[in-house]
Each structure stands twice: as C-alpha cells, then as structure tokens.
Write a protein that binds this ligand. Structure first.
Ligand code: BJW
Ligand code: ZN
Length: 258
C-alpha cells in the first residue's frame, strides 16, 4: 500500500461529515468466514445454482438448509474482527455514518454497528417458503429440524436474497440515498461481481462521493473508484481510523464547526 494513498484516504475521512461503508464477504474473512469467489471460497465447493437460487431450493430444500446450517454454525462460533470493530467505532466520528453490507452474517451488528442495511438479508432470519406471511426473526441456531417447517405446515426458507430475487426495496432505497449523500464511501472486501449491489459505490461516486476501496486484490470495481488501499481490512481500517481521528484533532476549531 502506498503511503501517499493511505494519507490521502485519512485526509478525506478527516474532512468528511457523512460517510458510508459498503462491505462484502472479505471483511469477515479474518473472522474465519469463507468468502464466495476467492481461492477456497464457497463457490469452489458448491454449485451456486443448487444452493443460492429459488429453483435450487425447490429441487432440494434439505441440501440448501444443510448449506445454510453449516454457515450459521461457522458464524455462531466466530467473532467480529478488528475491521468490524473499526467500522463500529466510525459511528461516533461522523455526523452521519451508514453501514451497508452484502453480508448475511450479522458480524457488523455484533461488533456494535447500529442500523446496518443488509442488502442480501440475514442468516438469522427465515420466512415461509409458501408466502403465508410468517417471518421468524431471529431464527435461532440450530434449527429445530432440517429442513425446518413453518407454523402453517409449509417449509421455511432462509431469509437471504438469492440470485434472480429482488433486493428488499426499503433497504435498497435507504442504501442508495445514504451512499449518494456521503462525502466518503469505503468499499471493503467485495469483488463487486454481484449486481445491483455493485452499483452502489458507482452511483455514489457519480454524485460526488470520494470512494476508497480496501481489498488485498483488485476488484471489478477498482477502475471505477478514486483510491485503492491494498491489504487486509482488519489491518488497514483500524490504522486508517486512527490516522483520520488524529488529523481531525489537529484541525482548527472553526473548520471543525464546519
Ligand atoms: C478481503 C479480505 C480481507 C478477502 N480484507 N478484503 C447486471 C449485470 C449482470 C448480472 C446481473 C445484473 N443485475 C442482476 C444480475 C443478476 C445477478 C448477478 O449479479 N449476477 C452476477 C454474478 C453476474 N443478480 C441478482 O440476481 C440479484 N437480484 C436481482 O438482480 O434482482 C432483479 C431481478 C430479478 C429477477 C429477474 C431479473 C432481475 C440478487 C443477487 C443476490 C446475491 N446473493 C448472494 C447470496 C446471499 C445469501 C448467502 O450469503 O448465501 O450474495 S451471492 C454472494 O455474492 C452473496 C454476496 O453478498 C455477494 C457478493 O459477494 P462479495 O461479498 O463481493 O464476496 P466475494 O467472495 O465475491 O469477494 C470477496 C472479496 O473480499 C474479494 O475481492 C477478496 O479479494 C476480498 N478479501 N479477504 C479485505 N481480509
Ligand atoms: Zn407458512
């Protein structure tokens, strides 16, 4: 990571009033939770058509629930890492701070981030697969049976967003608004391969946000962003926050009142 890029990012954050974080599976990698598309990721070992589409669930609900129960177990035994904690700490630093995540693991919330916008749902909720309207939230681990049943007798399904499904409308709307109104958007640990979520930082930049990526690898978003910090989010984010906080303390009082 270049020192120049890091300083530029810290300065941008020190001057920001409104900040949004847009996170993906990479932020939880240092908690031991596998990503989807990196080497050894979930899509190397499972066919996404089988476990992450409504059609796959219809064909074999038991297989889909086994996949999700195993992931719920892994997250149940995991803890948030310094990257999640740094983001939680940001809530106290800026006038407005929004955490938008594609993750379904709930680790941002467990680190203390308030009001997280979960674009792809949550491992900790379930709903009726036959649309009787029942929502089970929180859906405790472990499930009582596999596959679990709704009180109406139909199957329950995981409360996540699969390929070919719409994102939750209110959350999508709030995420687009918050990011478009931000001075700085931090894009952390995502390949940017999945749409429409990947459009969030791109739209924010078009609206004037300074968009900074934190990722050890180049992503599909890199060329559309302002700055990339190469490294692990659990290492970069705490340092970045400390540097921004220090710079902010040095600003004259008149500037701070903005
Ligand atoms: C680190 C690190 C460390 C590692 N520190 N970084 C437009 C164009 C093309 C296709 C489409 C389009 N619009 C819609 C589509 C179709 C589809 C799609 O996007 N397909 C593409 C894959 C081609 N999208 C949809 O179907 C969406 N719905 C939709 O569009 O509805 C409208 C519609 C409906 C009907 C008909 C037509 C339109 C829904 C998408 C739902 C995605 N769901 C999943 C599963 C959720 C549940 C679950 O978890 O099981 O969401 S897929 C999976 O990918 C999951 C993730 O949230 C998502 C994104 O992955 P993410 O987070 O980026 O992870 P990775 O693994 O890809 O990347 C990890 C990154 O971390 C890497 O870059 C590493 O380098 C980095 N990293 N360690 C920092 N320590
Ligand atoms: Zn039901």
């Amino acid at each position: 990571m270049s020192d120049l890029g890091f300083e530029k990012a810290a300065k941008a954050l020190a001057h920001a009033r409104r900040v949004a974080v847009f996170s993906g599976a990479g932020i939880s990698a240092e908690s031991g939770i596998p990503t989807f598309r990196s080497a050894g990721g979930l899509w190397e070992n499972f066919q996404l058509e089988d476990v992450a589409t409504p059609e796959g669930f219809h064909r074999n609900p038991a297989l889909v629930w086994e996949f999700y129960e195993a992931r719920r177990k892994a997250v149940h035994h995991a803890s948030p890492n310094p990257g999640h904690f740094a983001i939680a700490r940001m809530a106290g630093l800026f006038e407005e701070m929004t955490t938008i995540t594609q993750n379904v693991d709930g680790l941002h919330q467990r680190a203390g981030s308030p009001a997280v916008l979960e674009l792809h749902g949550s491992l900790w909720s379930a709903r009726c697969a036959q649309d009787c309207g029942a929502v089970v939230d929180p859906f405790p681990f472990p499930a009582a049976s596999c596959p679990p049943r709704c009180k109406c007798g139909a199957l329950l399904r995981p409360g996540v967003v699969w390929f070919g499904e719409m994102l939750p409308e209110r959350i999508w709307h709030d995420a687009m608004n918050a990011s478009a109104q931000s001075d700085v958007v931090l894009v952390v640990g995502t390949s940017g391969a999945v749409w429409p979520a990947a459009g969030i930082p791109i739209a924010a930049r078009r609206e004037g946000a300074f968009v900074i990526e934190v990722n050890p690898e180049e992503s599909e978003l890199t060329s559309n962003l302002d700055l990339s910090l190469r490294g692990l989010s659990g290492e970069i984010l705490p340092r970045l926050l400390d540097a921004a906080t220090e710079l902010r303390a040095l600003r004259p009082a008149t500037e701070k009142r903005g």
